[in-house]
Design a protein around this ligand. Sequence first.
Ligand SMILES: C[S@@+](CC[C@H](N)C(=O)[O-])C[C@H]1O[C@@H](n2cnc3c(N)ncnc32)[C@H](O)[C@@H]1O
Length: 370
Amino acid sequence: MSRRPRDEPSSSYSSAQKRHNPGVAGGGYGAQQAYSEDQIQSMHVADHYSARTNQSLEERENSPIIHLKKLNNWIKSVLVQLYTRPGDRVLDLACGKGGDLIKWDKARVGYYVGVDIAEGSIKDCMTRFNGDSDQQRRKKFSFPARLICADCYETRLDKYLSEDAPFDICSCQFAMHYSWSTEARARQALANISALLRPGGTFIGTMPDANVIIKRLRETEAMEFGNSVYCITFGEEYAEKKFPASRPFGIKYKFHLEDAVDCPEWVVPFHLFKLLAEEYDLELVLMKNFHEFVNEYLQKPDFADLMRRLGALGDGRDKSTLSQDEWEVSYLYLAFVLRKRGAAPSQRRVGNTSRGKTFLAEEDIEVLSI
Ligand SMILES: C[S@@+](CC[C@H](N)C(=O)[O-])C[C@H]1O[C@@H](n2cnc3c(N)ncnc32)[C@H](O)[C@@H]1O
């Protein structure tokens, strides 16, 4: 991986680099170098995802939430298919292990930039992009790509990626809520997206549905709720279960999802997300809880066919299908689409793609350090 020197436009860090680089003060959380509480939280999130290794096909099929994973993939595929045009330039924020690369390939995009805070995930993304992963054994992707290890919610990506901009579509799947720990981070996330999208460009995403989470919390006497596959725990500081609109950031809970997630997350009150996004010229086009999303788009023959092929609801040949507990988890999420204000240019601006490659070596992964 190539480390960007300090004077390149960057303000972020790699948690692994900070923790393991003996040249960094203390080399550990909260040692001599003073990290803010939210930086430390981000490092925990990064370490959690970095530590999750790629699963073999067999492990994946045996996962207790395999049908939920397939359902999530179907939802993301529908979003990609609805809002992407051939040749589009894609910015995939919090791209993880590149689980959406195939979706972008099927949409015949022209350029892809993936950014994630977790060094381990971005390396897995590179492996998948090169067509080398176990799960794949497929032809290589045809579009050039660039992979960056950075905190999307601290870093001035707009500066760093200014030559690659404008992007036609930005995607942030199952990750926007990690920006909601502070107002500054939420604003940096939206500022990056807005600055990098072209006028008329689209921002698609998925994140927890705060309304459902708060409703579930209030329905129980305890400070936690869940079922056989997930558990959400709020701290005693929220014992009154009141969440004043005047303090919408930093509302933390712990999320455990079997075989997937075990780390802190933040409540994103959607109406405030919408208002904040408007400040950055991003206008709401669509917001749907996953249940509503599934019920609506399953009516469309093409998407129903895709659902059958993915097998999220069973493939009709055996009895295996989404369990009630998995379906309950999907109710915790929503999908959204925002559009950058302004008319789309009549001719596509040909942005620079020269930093992208169709085969990526580890040295090609750019790590943005503080
Ligand atoms: C649930 S995973 C989703 C990954 C991918 N978007 C997908 O749908 O398969 C959440 C991802 O968000 C990333 N993430 C969390 N906080 C981040 C941050 N501040 N900057 C960049 N990535 C972040 C994690 O490393 C992880 O890969």
